[in-house]
Design a protein around this ligand. Sequence first.
Ligand code: C5P
Length: 221
Amino acid sequence: TAPGALAGRHVLVTSGPTHEPIDPVRYIANRSSGKQGHAIAAAAAQAGARVTLVSGPVTLPDPPGVAVVRVETARAMLAAVEAALPADIAVFAAAVADWRPAAETGEKIKKGPGGPPGLALTENPDILATIAQRAAGRPPLVVGFAAETQAVVDNARAKIARKGCDLIVANDVSAATGVMGGDRNTVLLVGRDGSVETWPTLDKDEVARRLVARLAALAGA
Ligand code: C5P
């Protein structure tokens, strides 16, 4: 990306997992290191953008030159994203938990003779779909991710239509690929028109730089 390609633009990125508390010591979560999302935030900052990174719990350092908002739950992530708008480009790379425990207990649930407790779940807000379908203040360019283990392209096309985003970065996360937690990623870019572009396996930093260059071009920067 040319330095300054995104100067004057605000780029919003979500990254990492969310943690949905069961009780004060337990939670449910998706697997996510945050590496790809953080790399995208860093690459956007390097391209001159003002960057807001809304991150779930990760062990990564804050990328340089990026305003980081740390959250724990999906609901807090949505609130932080809405508070960060308006944005020119929004990239939703977080692995948000689809469900959360319906009732969070304030006290630790004790093991007992009654056996394991039931765990009732309720749906979390879909942050990407909420922002992509906003009537007012929708970022002009909304990018989603799709972690799939099968039928990657078909699922990505369906996801673009369902969520209302402009572009999906799809990756195959079946265990054999080693994407989860690893430093490399193999992605496909699926456009709203159904077009598919396959990228070679690259370091997540390089995926981020190429993606940011593409987004700058799409945003007319
Ligand atoms: O539906 P699925 O979880 O596969 O969609 C993945 C995409 O949607 C990712 O971009 C992810 O960040 C976003 N997402 C979200 N909020 C959710 C679930 C997914 O923003 N509750």
